[in-house]
Design a protein around this ligand. Structure first.
Ligand code: GLN
Length: 470
């Protein structure tokens, strides 16, 4: 299915296709293509067809199937989080708010996409449930943790998808797979029904073929939700109204810390070309500094595991998912259920998080990380006094080979350097394809341009992304 969401909406309204036809053709392409790509963990055509029968085409996303990352609850469907813990016997007892909102806009949730276990990772290699491959080169990772969502959209087995982004998990796979990925501002989209990884960082957002498609999905899922105390009361603007207004007169910042050593030359070249194109369209490019950037990785990898260790304590073998056989006592039940249910990266995060929160270490690690987080946020506040948005690469390299870093978590953490700060600061970010390059024996691998904006500045971000889109 190569048409964009926006184009398919037109075809639906013109009677050239139907929601059922769309679903059947997606299901056929999943059968045909997904044995190679492995973007999906499951899909339920029957339920989706039943929903399609009553789809209201007059609604903004009327009749459009949307793939859903497998850490978002959809009533009655599996929600494995890529984990053995939940893979067998968990079914979602309710719809996440984003799903309720998608349904209210006429969309049909269809298919569950693979992810790093509990969204911890940058390659989808930490999934306990299967390998997802990059549709541009099947020997490579799709990125992560929303790797299944990005790969499905790139492989055209999904029209659009939802992902979650705690430290880059929408933007980085979007960049690696050559699709658009938007992480909204913290509080813009309700997190209710997203299985929590790090609650002060998590946001849900769209992965799409085009910037306009991303705007349409954000329009549907944004807004206040009394079920998420961190969701904001702020009114939701019309994200399409100024989409095509261009960048003339805008001031766009290029942070020098994001263009230092370690960036692949092909990534640098494509990102610089995209920046020049925005300049040619009338934007003023200004060099800026975000001086605390170098501390972002360390700060994130204290705060995110700390929150994860607390959030994942609910997986105790009693309330959800896997329970060990014949435990000797209650402690044995907890210990063995968690030992058997969680994979190595999740265990590493729980141990790290428990350590940085423990008495004696709390002040040295967790509390200090919170202070540095404030400094990182202030860097952005200062920058946005002079510039409308910030331009950078999404990741230092294009997609690496599968398995290449499996034994080196630290190296993997460092590759998140350009995406983590937006989550720490709570600001929105988008990845938009800006070309392709050769890398490490691979050819024509996608590269993404990252655009970061001030808190609740999604409309302008989309406007800039639309101008940058090639
Ligand atoms: N790669 C980061 C991590 O492993 C971010 C993951 C995410 O955004 N969910 O924590």
């Amino acid at each position: 299915m190569s048409a964009s969401l926006t184009a398919l909406r037109r075809q639906l309204l013109a009677g050239e296709t139907s929601p059922a036809d769309l679903l059947k053709s997606l299901a056929a392409s999943i059968t045909k293509r997904d044995s190679t790509t492995g973007a999906y963990l499951s899909h339920d055509l029957e339920t989706a067809l039943a929903e399609a029968a009553t789809a209201d085409l007059s609604l903004p996303l009327g009749g459009i199937p949307i793939a859903i990352k497998d850490n978002l609850n959809v009533l009655g469907q599996p929600c494995s989080c890529g984990s053995r813990f939940l893979a067998k016997n968990y079914r979602a007892p309710y719809d996440a708010t984003v799903i309720t909102k998608l349904r209210a806009a006429g969309a049909i949730p269809f298919g569950r996409t693979n992810l790093d276990e509990f969204a911890m990772g940058s390659a989808t290699e930490n999934s306990a449930l299967g390998t997802t491959r990059n549709p541009h080169d099947s020997s490579r990772i799709p990125g992560g943790s929303s790797g299944g969502s990005a790969a499905a959209v790139a492989d055209r087995t999904a029209i659009a998808a939802l992902g979650s982004d705690t430290g880059g998990s929408i933007r980085q796979p979007a960049s690696h797979c050559g699709v658009v990925g938007l992480k909204p501002s913290y509080g813009r989209v309700s997190r209710y029904g997203l299985v929590a990884f790090a609650s002060s960082l998590d946001q849900i957002g769209p992965l799409t073929q085009t910037v306009e498609d991303a705007a349409r999905i954000l329009q549907a899922i944004a807004g206040h939700d009394p079920k998420d105390s961190t969701s904001l009361q702020a009114p939701v603007p019309d994200y399409l109204a100024h989409l095509n207004d261009g960048v003339r007169g805008m001031k766009l910042g290029v942070p020098r810390e994001y263009f230092g050593e370690g960036i692949d030359p092909g990534v640098r070249r494509n990102v610089e070309t995209a920046i020049q194109s925005l300049a040619a369209q009338g934007a003023e490019i200004i060099e800026i500094s975000l001086p605390h950037t170098q501390h972002a990785v360390a700060t994130y990898y204290v705060i995110a595991p700390a929150e994860a260790s607390s959030n994942l304590s609910r997986f105790d073998g009693i309330r959800y998912g896997h329970r060990t056989e014949k435990p000797n006592d209650i402690l044995d039940l907890y210990r063995r259920s968690r030992e058997e249910g969680f994979g190595p990266e999740v265990k590493r995060r729980i141990i790290l998080g428990t350590y940085v929160l423990s008495s004696g270490y709390y002040d040295a690690y967790y509390s200090r990380a919170q202070k540095v987080r404030t400094l990182i946020r202030r860097d952005f506040e200062t920058a946005f006094q002079t510039v409308d948005a910030i331009l950078s690469p999404v990741a230092p390299t294009p997609a690496r080979r599968l398995g290449a870093l499996a034994c080196d978590p630290l190296h993997e953490y460092l590759s998140d350097i350009f995406t983590l700060s937006a989550n720490l600061a709570g600001i929105p970010g988008i990845s938009v394809p800006c070309g392709t390059t050769d890398f490490d024996g691979g050819t024509n691998l996608p590269v993404g341009l990252q655009i970061l904006g001030p808190h609740l500045g999604e409309a302008k971000l989309l406007q800039i992304a639309q101008a940058a889109q090639i």
